[in-house]
Design a protein around this ligand. Structure first.
Ligand code: PLP
Length: 400
C-alpha cells in the first residue's frame, strides 16, 4: 500500500471518494505553477482555458450587480431572467425549444454535468464513453457508481464516432452515452449526420444521452450544431452548456443544463443540497453575455482558427510528430509515439514530463484522456507563445 493509500485507509474515507482521482489537467497546472514559483519561464500549453479577457460589457454587468446589491440568494437553479436568457439564446442559435422548467443554471458546466450524471446513473449502470475522453467524465461516472464502457475511436479516422460503433457496445445495463463534440482533448467534431444517427439509436433503445456542448460555439467547420435541435429525441437527452469557453468566463463559474423537466428538477434538488444557486452577481453577468452583442463570440472563434492553423502547421513540421486537424475547441492532440524508446521515454507521460521539466513546456499527457500515444496541446494563447513553445519542442525532440 502506498503511504497516501495507507493514510486514506486509516481515515476510513468513503468508497466513493476513493473511486476517483484528481484531474490530470489540474496536476499539470500545479506542476507548471511550481516551476514558475522557482523562477522558470514556462510556456503553458497545458491550461484548458481561453487566453482572452472576459468582454467588457459582461464585466460591467457583474460590477453593476455588486453596486446594485444583487448579492442575496436567488432561486437554486438560477433566476427566471437567467434561465430564460439561456433557453432563448440556445433556441436562437441552434433551433431548440426548451422552456424555463427545462433549464437549470449551475456553478460551471462541470457542475451541471456532475449533477446530471448523479441523477441519471445508478450503481452498476454502464455508461458508454468514447475515447479519447475529457478526464472528468470517467471520474464523475465512477463517483455515481457507474461503470464506464470505453469506446475506442481511430486517429486515422479523425476520432470519428458513429452509431454503429455505439450499437456494438450496448448491453441490457447500458444507461447512458456521453457525447462531447467539439471534443476535449482531440478537437474532433461530430458531423450533424453522425450525431443525429447516434441520438436516434440511443433514443430508440431508451438509452440516455448526455451531450457535453461546452465547446459548441468553438466549432470551426462552419456548421454550428447542437443535439438540442433534435427535438423528436428530447425525452432522453440532456444538453450541458457553459459560458466558460464561449465568453472567456472560466473563473466566473456559470454553466447550464437543458433537458426533460423531471431531470432538471432532480438536478435542482441535488443542487439545493450542495451549492445552492450560482453566485448572484455572476448570474447578472451571464444574462449580459447571453442577451448582449454576440460579435465577441465570432471574433474569438476566428482568432482560434488562426491559432489552430498555426499550431498544427508547427507541430506537423516537427520530425516524427503527426497531428489530426482539430475542427473545434482549442486543443491539438499530436501523436508522439515516434519518440518512445529514445532517452528512456516509454510513454506519452514520459514525453510530457520531460518536456515540462527539461524544456519548460507544459502539455497534458494522453493517458489522462484514455490514449497512450498523444499529448494535449492547448493553443489558447498568443501566436508568439505558440512559436516559443514550438521552438523549445523542436530543440527538445532533436536532442532525444
Ligand atoms: C469537455 C468539457 N466539459 C466541461 C468542462 C467544464 O467547464 P466549466 O465547468 O468551466 O463550465 C470542460 C472544461 O475544461 C471541458 O473541457
Amino acid at each position: 500500500m502506498s503511504p497516501t493509500a495507507e493514510v486514506t485507509a486509516a481515515l476510513k474515507l468513503t468508497d466513493r471518494i476513493n473511486r476517483i482521482e484528481p484531474s490530470a489537467t489540474m496536476a499539470v497546472v500545479a506542476e507548471a505553477d511550481k516551476l514558475r514559483q522557482q523562477g522558470k519561464d514556462v510556456v503553458d500549453f497545458g491550461a484548458g482555458e481561453p487566453h482572452f479577457a472576459t468582454p467588457q460589457h459582461i464585466k460591467d454587468a457583474g460590477i453593476a450587480a455588486i453596486q446594485g446589491n444583487f448579492t442575496k440568494y436567488t432561486a437554486v437553479g438560477g433566476t427566471a431572467e437567467l434561465r430564460d436568457a439561456i433557453w432563448k439564446r440556445h433556441a436562437a442559435d441552434f433551433g431548440s425549444n426548451y422552456k424555463r422548467e427545462e433549464t437549470v443554471a449551475s456553478v460551471g458546466g462541470k457542475h451541471a454535468l456532475f449533477n446530471a450524471i448523479q441523477v441519471l446513473v445508478d450503481h452498476g449502470d454502464e455508461v458508454i464513453l468514447p475515447v479519447p475522453y475529457w478526464v472528468s467524465f470517467k471520474d464523475i461516472v465512477r463517483y455515481a457508481g457507474g461503470n464506464c464502457v470505453l469506446l475506442e475511436t481511430r486517429e486515422d479516422q479523425n476520432f470519428r464516432l458513429t452509431a454503429g460503433m455505439i450499437e456494438r457496445l450496448i448491453t441490457p445495463r447500458t444507461k447512458l452515452i456521453i457525447l462531447n463534440s467539439p471534443s476535449n482533448p482531440s478537437g474532433a467534431v461530430m458531423s450533424p449526420e453522425d450525431m443525429r444517427e447516434v441520438i436516434r439509436a440511443a433514443h430508440d433503445r431508451g438509452i440516455w444521452v448526455v451531450s457535453d456542448e461546452c465547446y459548441v460555439y468553438l466549432n470551426y467547420t462552419g456548421r454550428l450544431f447542437s443535439v438540442g435541435s433534435l427535438q423528436e429525441c428530447r425525452e432522453r437527452m440532456v444538453v450541458i452548456g457553459s459560458l466558460s469557453k464561449t465568453y472567456a468566463m472560466t473563473g466566473w463559474r456559470l454553466g447550464y443544463a437543458l433537458g426533460p423537466a423531471a431531470v432538471i428538477s432532480a438536478m435542482q434538488k441535488l443542487q439545493s443540497q450542495s451549492t445552492s444557486n450560482p453566485t448572484s452577481i455572476v448570474q447578472k453577468a451571464a444574462v449580459a453575455a447571453l442577451t448582449g452583442p454576440q460579435e465577441c463570440v465570432s471574433e474569438m472563434r476566428s482568432e482560434y482558427i488562426k491559432l489552430r492553423n498555426h499550431i498544427v502547421n508547427g507541430l506537423r513540421a516537427l520530425p516524427g510528430i503527426h497531428c489530426t486537424l482539430p475542427e473545434g475547441a482549442f486543443y491539438a492532440y499530436p501523436n508522439v509515439s515516434a519518440y518512445f524508446g529514445r532517452s528512456g521515454i516509454k510513454s506519452a507521460s514520459d514525453v510530457a514530463g520531460k518536456l515540462l521539466r527539461e524544456a519548460y513546456v507544459a502539455t497534458v499527457p494522453g493517458e489522462g484522456f484514455g490514449t497512450s500515444d498523444h499529448i494535449r496541446v492547448s493553443y489558447a494563447t498568443s501566436a508568439t507563445e505558440l512559436d516559443r513553445g514550438l521552438e523549445r519542442m523542436r530543440k527538445f525532440l532533436a536532442a532525444l
